[in-house]
Design a binder for this molecule. Structure first.
Ligand code: HEM
Length: 468
């Protein structure tokens, strides 16, 4: 009789041990599971699928189909590397906030080579924190209000004065933002030298999304040569300014702040190269797309026009915008937000896991490439109602914009975010109060290698302030 309960007890004990062992090992296996997905063909992975989707007006299916199949965090293989994609707002915030602790920025080789090893985009740790806050101190609200707004307003108007007939809006916007950035960084006024430098810059940016092997890619070879000419030109400026500084000439710009921060000339030039890159293409493309979205949405254009006509009426003969004017453009800010949300100039950010990182039910193994897709969140129906429609009025109702991250987040949040907003608002003000326009031909949005319209958005403008 006594034998039965004893053997039962033993059986119970053994099965409990086995159950616990099984549970621990499946839990461990589950915890170490990478996000599901497909890595496509050997070496190439799914790169061609990604590129061909981004070359169309609607790249969403690349992410949409994978989200449906695997969930909002999935694995793919693009640009030569297995990459974990996040289309999840909370995961993206986690990735961005943990910069330096769990993740570090990791740009494709082509971009890293072209911006230079001392660029802010590639800096890490305390040096990054110092240089990021130095950059912020040259683009924050106070400095814009007291110092930069006057130049932004003047340079925008100066460019618009020359507009007549058919223009390529993307080209014109690029000229404007390049001139603004050169002024802010180096106190240089637009001239033949600056226009030549801009053309070299365009070649550098063309090389960003090439295979970084000069032998294989003519575009990349051209970009490397253009970068050399850009750095030579900037080195010359830096040397001349050092001489001026020794003679006691003081200027209030980013270069003066860099001199004070004890950087050597190579470091300064790399920083300047990357700052020009970061602010130039992004802001000008947003300007162009805002105009395109407004042209396609006449009711939004009419409401925006009304807001700016009111400001103009109050100002009378005074043309230049002041800080209070900028602060009285609520609908303009809705238009800017909606343009940033829908166009996603920076579609996402690349990071690398510096340790095993647990996200949701998965583990992202140490060393993995991670892409936090800002675009997928901004266009996700669960985050924004009718997410793929241009609806600036939605911003009058949104009280918690935590899913909106066009400027990234965490320690690498774009230091130029306020500057970009001001430049966009000033540009829209002068455009809308002086001109009417119609598209000169059909043009469409594409997203590879960068977000742009295929034909640089040709429009025909009519200046209402010109008599005769
Ligand atoms: C519409 C215009 C702009 C957009 C959409 C934009 C977007 C972004 C985003 C998403 C990042 C984060 C990158 C990352 O986390 O890896 C970033 C970083 C950066 N942006 Fe902007 N940006 C714009 C304009 C500007 C302007 C005008 C400047 C000029 C000061 C600027 C300078 C930078 C710099 C230097 C970084 C690197 C920050 C770092 O790594 O610490 N951006 N930008």
């Amino acid at each position: 009789m006594e034998l039965i309960p004893l053997s039962l007890l033993l059986l119970l004990f053994l099965s409990t041990i086995l159950f616990l062992l099984f549970r621990t090992s499946t839990a461990r296996r589950r915890n170490l599971r990478s996000p599901p997905g497909s890595i496509g063909l050997p070496l190439i992975g799914e790169t061609f699928q990604l590129i061909s989707a981004y070359k169309t007006e609607n790249p969403e299916p690349f992410i949409d189909t994978r989200v449906v199949k695997y969930g909002t965090v999935f694995t793919t293989h693009v640009f030569g590397e297995r990459t974990v994609f996040s289309a999840d707002a909370e995961t993206n915030r986690f990735i961005l906030q943990n910069e330096g602790r769990l993740f570090e920025s990791s740009y494709p080789g082509s971009i890293a080579n072209l911006v230079g090893k001392h660029s802010l985009l590639l800096m890490r740790g305390s040096l990054h924190r110092r240089m990021h806050s130095l950059t912020m101190s040259f683009a924050n609200s106070t400095i814009i209000k007291d110092h930069l707004l006057v130049d932004i307003d003047r340079l925008v108007r100066r460019n618009l004065d020359k507009w007549t007939g058919r223009i390529l809006l993307m080209e014109e916007a690029k000229k404007i933002t390049f001139e603004l950035t050169l002024k802010q960084l180096l106190s240089i006024e637009p001239c033949e030298w600056s226009e030549n430098l801009r053309k070299e810059y365009m070649l550098v940016i063309e090389g960003f999304f090439c295979i970084p092997l000069p032998f294989f890619s003519l575009t990349y070879r051209r970009a490397i040569q253009a970068r050399k000419r850009v750095t030579e030109a900037l080195h010359l400026v830096v040397r001349e300014r050092r001489v001026e500084r020794e003679k006691g000439v003081k200027k209030n710009d980013m270069l003066a702040a860099l001199f004070d921060s004890d950087c050597d000339d190579d470091e300064i030039v790399d920083l300047l190269v990357s700052l020009l890159v970061a602010g130039y293409d992004t802001t000008s493309t947003t300007m162009t797309l805002a105009v395109k979205f407004l042209t396609d949405t006449p009711s939004a254009l009419a409401e925006l026009k009304e807001e700016h006509e009111q400001i103009r009426k109050k100002k009378g003969a005074s043309l230049a915008l002041e800080w209070d004017d900028y602060k009285s453009m609520p609908f303009t800010q809705c238009v800017v937000n909606e343009t940033l949300r829908l166009s996603n100039i920076i579609s996402g950010v690349f990071r690398r896991a510096i340790t095993d990182v647990k996200i949701k039910d998965y583990t992202i193994p140490k060393g993995s490439k991670v892409f936090a897709s800002l675009r997928a969140v901004h266009l996700g129906q669960e985050n924004f109602e009718d997410a793929r429609v241009f609806d600036p009025w939605r911003w009058q109702k949104i009280s918690d914009p935590t899913n909106f991250m066009p400027f990234g987040g965490g320690p690498r949040r774009c230091p130029g975010h306020e500057l970009a907003r001001v430049a966009l608002s000033v540009f829209l003000h002068h455009l809308i109060t002086r001109f009417s326009w119609i598209p000169a031909e059909e043009d469409k949005l594409v997203f590879f290698p960068t977000t742009r319209t295929q034909k640089r958005y040709p429009i025909i403008v009519q200046n209402h302030n010109v008599v005769g």
